[in-house]
Design a protein around this ligand. Structure first.
Ligand code: PBG
Length: 326
């Protein structure tokens, strides 16, 4: 056999590293942090081993732990002390996220991204205010346009508290444009928006909903999050967000949607973020716990693959553990 092209020649140690196409760095990673106004001590998140909800008093310490691993960016999720139908604690000046952001930006060098959604703040757990009678009538759900103004108000309150970047995750039509206008009106032109642009209605969010206490009390998020079967629709969703001023485009979840990450990376000239979600984390943890998988190796392989597909930034619960090995 005449084998002139032998790719194996470049796979040996020594040359292997020189021809590597994708490098993962701590600077690519964003660590999610949960701040909980209902507790005064750290509460382990059962479905996400190694992660905790921390009280406000420990928000700064928690972020310092992240910084020590070499990861410089965090995304904050808040669990408010109380919930109501409109999620009013989401934009309160003394709300859990606003207070945590103020402390973290005052006391650390972390780049602070605030998740912007109503589902952790509404008593029904949906990502916006409901249409009348939504609880009784399964066809009804979140009122898109009424929710938009609230999202803009939350964004401004987060920017006032010092957020470096705002990440709206509610999948309302027009959300990026409304938030951009709201921020600009209040002189926050320099605060970028990382839009959860192609966010799928995924069952991989299960552990997060325990962590952030944000599961819908009835119904589901099918009316606003994307159908996992659709890829072309992602292009349309993302194009709208780009038109409206999104600075970073996120795809979520990551591993089951790497085709979408690649499409978005090729079609749009903006940085692409991928969210390696709670279920992706929990799967590996559970398998490793049984001795079925090597946790560190599979986590690293997952993150490299997400980057190889085209993600510039990765939000991941593995951030700290992996950064320490890079
Ligand atoms: C809030 C939000 C969710 C996640 C991030 N922001 C939950 C959801 O949409 O149900 C999920 C993150 C994860 O699973 O790690 N809208």
């Amino acid at each position: 056999m005449d084998l002139t092209d032998r790719p194996r020649r470049l796979r040996r140690d020594g040359i292997r590293e020189l021809v590597r196409e994708t490098e993962l760095a701590a600077a690519d990673l964003i660590a999610p942090v949960f701040v909980d106004a209902t507790t005064d001590e750290r509460v382990p998140i059962e479905t996400m081993p190694g992660h905790e909800r921390v009280p406000l008093e420990e928000a700064v310490d928690r972020v310092e732990e992240v910084l020590e691993t070499g990861v410089s960016a965090v995304i904050l999720f808040g669990i408010p002390e109380s919930k109501d139908a409109r999620g009013t604690r989401a934009w309160a000046e003394d709300g859990v996220i606003q207070e945590a952001t103020r402390r973290i930006t005052a006391e650390t060098d972390a780049y602070v991204i605030t998740d912007l959604c109503l589902c952790e703040y509404t008593d029904h757990g949906h990502c916006g205010v409901l249409e009348d009678a939504a609880a009784e009538e399964p066809r009804l759900t979140v009122d898109n346009d009424e929710t938009l103004e609230l999202l803009s108000q939350i964004a401004v309150s987060q920017a006032e508290a010092g957020a470096d970047m705002i990440a709206p995750s509610g999948m309302m039509d027009g959300m990026v444009g409304t938030i951009r206008e709201g921020l600009d009106r209040e002189d926050f032109q320099d605060v970028p928006i990382m839009s959860y642009a192609a966010k799928y209605e995924s069952s991989f969010y299960g552990p997060f909903r325990d962590a952030a206490d944000g599961a819908p009390a009835f119904g589901n998020r099918r009316h606003y999050q994307m159908d996992p079967a659709n890829a072309e629709e992602a292009i349309r969703e993302v194009a709208l967000d780009v038109e409206q001023g999104a600075d970073v485009l996120m795809v979520k979840p990551a591993l089951p949607y790497l085709d979408i990450v690649r499409d978005i990376d090729r079609k749009f000239d903006r940085p692409v973020a991928a969210y390696n979600v709670s279920g992706e984390y929990a799967m590996l943890q559970a398998a490793a716990d049984r001795g079925w998988l090597d946790l560190e190796a599979t986590a690293l392989e997952s993150l490299i693959s997400i980057k190889r597909a085209g993600a510039d930034l990765i939000l991941t619960y593995f951030a700290e553990d992996i950064a320490e090995h890079l």
